[in-house]
Design a protein around this ligand. Structure first.
Ligand SMILES: NC(=O)c1ccc[n+]([C@@H]2O[C@H](COP(=O)([O-])OP(=O)(O)OC[C@H]3O[C@@H](n4cnc5c(N)ncnc54)[C@H](O)[C@@H]3O)[C@@H](O)[C@H]2O)c1
Length: 327
């Protein structure tokens, strides 16, 4: 397939682009490098530098594209609370331009990165797709708005679309992984301690209603996540918008993640306990039953040690290119 990938210089976009290329697809990336890295654009992908809203129509009109995989977004929860305008414009505004470009060029196959944050604080776990959506921050709200926009575009313009609601994506594949200037994700933050780029890791809350008192999250290996995108692209049907949760279906506490990182890296990784953060749910675990049944998706790398080991191999390979090395 000839595919447009937005945000292909970011973490998920770079790995997915590498997986698409490895499966024989033709990949054109649009990225403005607001977050992504130039060295994360996989060899073999064509690069168009710029904003999705400015470049989508130009790229999609330049040839016949079979589909679009839309990763480009801003995704820092705290920043979205402080600067909602930036998030609504960048996430929703740019997505509407992309959807218009798809409509205008007759491009009818879309896979979109949605998020567990659309559910907010769930009433129960595991979270299924029919549970209420009630995002607790503007980031999650922009993603939910995009899901709504995609539904109506799919129906009116015959686009076949899938929103994949990722839980905590982690690990690395094919020489690509997490290397952000501003890092907020637990595993890369812990690994920065092991690299000596950060003194300790903060544990926010030790009194959650969980087995060891720390928050529990569902970690999905980036390669399993990427495979789901391929399955979605291959099975979208015109006019239909499907929504699937993607997680490994298992929860690991913050303490368990830190212990696994200690084991994998051999570093003591000092941890400091801090108060709970507002808006953090105690437990977030996905039910990926629907993706398994309807996409035929099977996560293969559900072992936390494998996820951390792959992330650690990648993090070490960065050397001086690690953004955390320059703080
Ligand atoms: N990483 C996770 O655990 C996770 C979980 C749930 C959902 N998601 C979603 O998956 C997607 C990818 O996440 P990620 O972790 O790879 O993020 P990332 O920040 O690493 O990558 C996003 C990429 O999009 C680019 N970008 C942003 N706005 C753009 C614009 N207007 N025009 C062009 N390029 C633009 C950035 O430069 C960056 O390269 C995001 O939409 C995110 O919301 C990620």
């Amino acid at each position: 397939m000839k595919l447009l990938v937005t945000g292909g210089a970011g973490y998920v976009g770079s790995v997915c682009s590498a997986v698409l290329l490895a499966n024989g697809h033709d990949v054109t990336i649009i990225d403005n490098f607001s977050v992504g890295n130039r060295d994360a654009v996989p060899a073999g992908a064509k690069l168009v530098e710029g904003n999705v809203a400015d470049k989508a129509l130009e790229v999609l009109s330049s040839d016949t594209f079979d589909g679009v995989v839309h990763f480009a977004a801003l995704s820092l929860v705290g920043e979205s609370v402080e600067e909602p305008s930036k998030y609504w414009r960048n996430n929703v505004g740019q997505t509407l331009s992309l959807l218009d470009a798809m409509r205008d060029t007759g491009t009818k196959n879309l896979v979109f990165s949605s998020t567990a944050a659309t559910y907010g604080e769930p009433e129960k776990t595991p979270i299924t797709e029919d549970m209420p959506t009630a995002p607790t921050n503007p980031y999650g709200a922009t993603k939910l708005a995009m899901d709504y926009a995609i539904s109506s575009y799919a129906k009116a313009y015959g686009i076949g679309a899938t929103s994949l609601r990722y839980f905590n994506v982690a690990g690395a594949w094919g020489g690509f992984g997490e290397n952000r200037r501003v890092e907020t994700h637990l595993i890369p933050l812990i690994l920065q301690v092991a690299l000596g780029h950060r003194e300790d890791i903060k544990i926010f809350g030790n009194d959650w209603p969980t087995p060891d008192g720390t928050a529990v999250r569902d970690y999905i290996h980036i390669k399993d996540l990427a495979d789901a995108h391929l399955l979605a692209l291959e099975s979208n049907t015109p006019g239909n918008h499907r929504i699937f949760n993607l997680g490994s279906g298992d929860g690991f506490s913050v303490r368990e993640v830190i212990d696994t990182c200690r084991k994998v890296t051999g570093h003591p990784i000092p941890a400091v306990e801090a108060p709970r953060r507002a808006g953090d749910p105690a437990t977030l675990i996905a039910s990926s039953q629907r993706a398994m049944e309807e996409l035929g998706w099977r996560p293969r790398f559900t072992d936390l040690e494998t996820i951390v080991a792959d992330a650690w191999t990648f993090t070490q390979s960065l050397g001086d290119r690690a953004h955390s090395a320059h703080k």
